[in-house]
Design a protein around this ligand. Structure first.
Ligand SMILES: [Zn+2]
Length: 230
């Protein structure tokens, strides 16, 4: 008991880790939970039950929720519904954050040598996401040439809520639609969240791949990536 309390205090202080929340929900409901933390403010909490599995989608603000809110979510999952006064209060208190459409620019470098990444982000947010994505975006830092071969063109961190785009894309040779595609891909991650099941993360789900194909220059971007070997 004492251990659990200590753990809870610690995680409350730093925000709930996804694994911690998922475990807590599994304990409270006695069911296997697949948890997805999203940035979708039109659906703050949704619970789908399919056979034995329960799939929970939760807005990222709940990572900072207190114990009464988290307990209420667990009850909600367990019963498949019910009254949610704590959850409602909590959402109301976060309204300012939720309504903020302009991404935080703190520590973000958006104007590159060739591309303005914030400009690209904002137009994609309008065109594909109804301006619902609130993650920050920045050009990443250049990694030394000898560094890892693995090419990461973009990344999204649900902890810092930050999209990073590799500055190797900030050159004229890289067509705009390709940079846009990489930004779109990372924004999809921010929007859909990362599914966490049994502590394993599945980032490119079937749903993700389907939405990815909706990008207007999807085929072109794929073809360019293959050809350029960037
Ligand atoms: Zn990805």
């Amino acid at each position: 008991m004492v251990e659990i309390e200590t753990l809870e205090q610690l995680t409350l202080k730093f925000g709930h880790a996804e694994d911690y929340l998922r475990n807590l929900f599994e304990k409270a409901t006695g069911r296997e939970i697949s948890l997805t933390v999203t940035d979708n403010s039109t659906s703050m909490l949704s619970v789908k039950t399919k056979g034995k599995a329960v799939s929970v989608r939760l807005h990222r603000i709940f990572l900072e929720a207190g114990a009464n809110v988290v307990d209420e979510i667990a009850e909600f999952i367990k019963k498949g519904g019910g009254k949610t006064p704590h959850i409602r209060d909590f959402i109301r208190g976060k309204r300012d954050i939720l309504n903020k459409k302009v991404p935080r620019r703190l520590n973000a470098v958006t104007l590159g040598r060739h591309y303005d990444i914030l400009n690209i982000y904002e137009s994609i947010n309008r065109e594909y996401f109804e301006e619902k994505v609130s993650a920050s975006i920045t050009w990443g830092t250049k990694s030394p040439r000898r560094a890892v071969r693995r090419r990461t063109l973009g990344s999204y961190s649900s902890h810092s809520h930050m999209i990073r785009i590799n500055p190797i894309l900030d050159i004229e040779r890289v067509p705009p639609y390709f940079v846009e595609f990489i930004v779109y891909h990372e924004m999809l991650h921010a929007c859909l969240g990362v599914k966490n099941k049994n502590g394993r993360r599945s980032v490119h789900s079937k749903e993700f791949r389907e939405l990815e194909r909706r990008f207007r220059d999807y085929e072109k971007a794929m073809a360019w990536e293959k050809k350029s070997r960037i």
